[in-house]
Design a protein around this ligand. Structure first.
Ligand SMILES: NC(=O)C1=CN([C@@H]2O[C@H](COP(=O)(O)OP(=O)(O)OC[C@H]3O[C@@H](n4cnc5c(N)ncnc54)[C@H](O)[C@@H]3O)[C@@H](O)[C@H]2O)C=CC1
Ligand SMILES: O=P(O)(O)OC[C@H]1O[C@](O)(CO)[C@@H](O)[C@@H]1O
Length: 383
């Protein structure tokens, strides 16, 4: 099987590319980072350091690379591979959609009747479905029926903490031991691939929301409360007992929504939260607060890791003080290198918290929740 993987970054090399290459799939990475691509092309192998209670280095071999800026080369790949995976970040999905659409048009014109499956591996609810809609916007309608017949767009949930590596070898990645890649088996076209490390489910939403609204909700609140307390890394922040107590409580509030919505068993979910807290404290990973806190506007959005769990607590009429506090902490997040943090702070300075939060979260500006976030902000300010 041949895979074209967009995004040779942390998750691309450290997780998805590795799982596929280990399973005997030939992986070609597509990326815009020239040096990275040239080195991958030349060496065709790279190392992954797996760190935890035991540390080891594993080589990933038989990979290739193509520069994403060379549209013709990428289109030629799309026209021939059996699988396309992505780990580029939600905003870049819209950019690669055009190239994928051009590749699908070529594939059909070339008479390739083989099945192709596409899996976006991003921190997004139904990211592949989003990508599909973007691809179809760029694709002439005359190709749509063939795409429906031959191309599967399978949504997935991806969980492995992979911070940027601090290594002399630019291709090496450092990853935690834990990993979970769950794909919606109902959305494949042709045979569903049997790949070790890729789990299949017919209940994907439960797993996507469980991951995004537990790990990512807790991680983000760790970042924002940690930054406020003067910490630089996630590990430092979660070892601060006050931060940890708030983060755990926020994950429990979000967890109560997940338990009620999807029927997760309460004890198992509590253990899931504890495991995640342990992963945040991994002493072998140096995970900067800015990586986890990045793009706060996206993360305050209505479908993302702060607002969506809050909406769930409102739906079920259950406690949400710590989710509210986490949202308030987002307004202390300052990072001049992050355009979204700059934009958020600019609007906050001009319009105040209520209007800014309502604008990005789509919560009603006069709602009691928005008022409570403002009160929590004031409480944090005077603490
Ligand atoms: N790092 C982590 O711990 C996890 C990340 N994720 C998700 O995986 C996705 C990727 O995250 P990371 O690997 O951490 O980011 P990253 O920044 O390390 O990798 C993204 C890669 O995409 C490349 N890229 C940018 N524009 C491109 C284009 N037009 N064509 C091809 N490649 C392009 C970048 O050069 C970069 O190498 C994100 O959606 C993230 O939320 C999900 C789970 C864990
Ligand atoms: O990649 P995003 O959506 O900016 O968010 C960063 C988060 O994603 C992860 O990299 C993977 O879930 C977490 O480690 C972190 O909480």
């Amino acid at each position: 099987m041949k895979d074209l993987h967009f995004g040779a970054g942390n998750i691309g090399r450290g997780f998805i590319g590795k799982v596929l290459a280990d399973a005997g799939v030939h992986v070609t990475f597509a990326d815009v980072a020239d040096d990275l691509i040239n080195q991958l092309k030349e060496k065709k192998t790279y190392n992954v350091k797996v760190v935890g209670s035991e540390c080891r280095t594993e080589a990933v071999s038989n990979v290739d690379a193509v520069n994403s800026k060379d549209a013709d080369a990428v289109i030629a790949q799309v026209a021939t591979v059996d699988l396309i995976t992505t780990a580029v970040g939600p905003t870049v999905l819209n950019i690669i959609a055009k190239t994928i659409a051009d590749g699908l048009a070529k594939r059909i014109e070339d008479g390739n009747e083989g099945f192709l499956n596409i899996i976006a591996c991003e921190n997004m609810v139904r990211g592949t479905t989003h990508l599909k809609n973007e691809v179809l916007k760029h694709l002439d309608e005359k190709y749509h029926a063939k795409v429906e017949e031959l191309v599967g767009f399978a949504d997935s949930a991806v969980d492995r903490i992979v911070p940027p590596a601090d290594s002399e070898d630019p291709l090496e990645v450092t990853v935690e031991e834990f990993s979970e890649w769950i794909v919606d088996q109902t959305q494949f076209k042709g045979d569903v691939p049997n790949i070790k490390g890729m789990e299949l489910t017919d209940n994907l939403m439960a797993f996507v929301e469980r991951k995004l609204f537990t790990l990512n909700t807790g991680h983000l609140i760790t970042a924002y409360l940690g930054a406020l307390a003067g910490h630089n890394t996630i590990r430092e922040a979660i070892e601060d007992e006050a931060v940890k107590a708030d983060v755990q409580a926020a994950m429990e509030e979000s967890g109560e929504v997940l338990i009620r919505r999807y029927g997760f068993e309460a004890d198992a979910h509590a253990a899931y939260i504890q495991k995640i807290l342990g992963r945040f404290a991994n002493p072998y990973l140096v995970d900067e607060i800015d990586r986890v806190g990045r793009q706060p506007i996206r993360k305050l959005g209505p479908a993302d890791r702060l607002t969506k769990p809050l909406l769930g607590t409102m739906e079920y009429g259950i406690a949400n003080d710590h989710l509210i506090k986490g949202m308030a902490a987002a307004f202390f997040y300052v990072n001049e290198d992050d355009p979204q943090a700059v934009e958020l702070q600019a609007m906050f300075a001009e319009k105040g918290l209520k209007e800014t939060l309502a604008h990005y979260s789509e919560l009603p500006v006069d709602s009691s929740e928005v008022a409570r976030v403002e009160a929590a902000y004031q409480a944090l300010k005077s603490a």
